[in-house]
Design a protein around this ligand. Sequence first.
Ligand SMILES: Nc1ncnc2c1ncn2[C@@H]1O[C@H](COP(=O)(O)OP(=O)(O)OP(=O)(O)O)[C@@H](O)[C@H]1O
Ligand SMILES: [Mg+2]
Length: 235
Amino acid sequence: MIEQVSAKVMLGGEAAAFSRGGNRLCFVDPRDSGRCIKVLRPDRSPAIKRGESGFPKNLKPLSSFDDNREEAGVYAAIQRSVGEAAFSMIPRLHGWVETEFGAGLCQDLVRDDDGLIAVTLKQYLWQRGRDAALERVLAEFGAAWSAAGMPSRKLLSHNLVVQCAGGNPLRLWVIDGLGWPDLLPLASYCRGLARRKARRRITALEDTIREQLDKRDTPEDFGYHGWLEEEQRAR
Ligand SMILES: Nc1ncnc2c1ncn2[C@@H]1O[C@H](COP(=O)(O)OP(=O)(O)OP(=O)(O)O)[C@@H](O)[C@H]1O
Ligand SMILES: [Mg+2]
């Protein structure tokens, strides 16, 4: 049997990324503008990250410092535990692709109905505040997230994006920060516990939103995470 080797996808260098998180670079997939490809930042390689970590975390295998591998593993667990209902809250993954930055993870890219890449919840709050339209999607998202018992770390406002249609919020998507962080994730084996923990994440998100809104008077407090300029959104 001939093994099928898919061609390497060239992403155009770091400057072509539409976004840069603390760990990964995100590119529009040159093969499909409805998808993105996430790669590890070359300056945040698993070896560098492990080198910076303290005991006992530095004993963990290199793969556990690879956000893409971790995310792919969590998606597989979500598929098993939550199933299809999850994919109205997290964009689907489309597997691995080889790139000039090494292994890239391909994911649905959340765009507004005008084609622009959706902004983060953090940016939305900063620009528009907690308006009535956002209130409705927040309530829907919170109920669905809790009911499904979705596994996540603390939900951070730069790891959620607000998809808009006709200029108003339609749906919230979680694009990062999935998986239970606990050493022994009991919630993976107990749906009731998963739902309670997911509900607590939603309550904590409410606090995060309030803190975010309080900071709006001091623009320098936005931080470097989670802002997309119009030019980046149009990629
Ligand atoms: N599927 C997506 N659809 C739309 N925007 C996305 C998507 N994935 C990522 N983004 C944008 O890219 C930014 C960085 O992505 P991501 O959070 O995956 O990177 P990261 O380096 O893992 O983040 P962190 O700094 O939280 O570790 C997000 O804040 C968001 O603006
Ligand atoms: Mg992130």
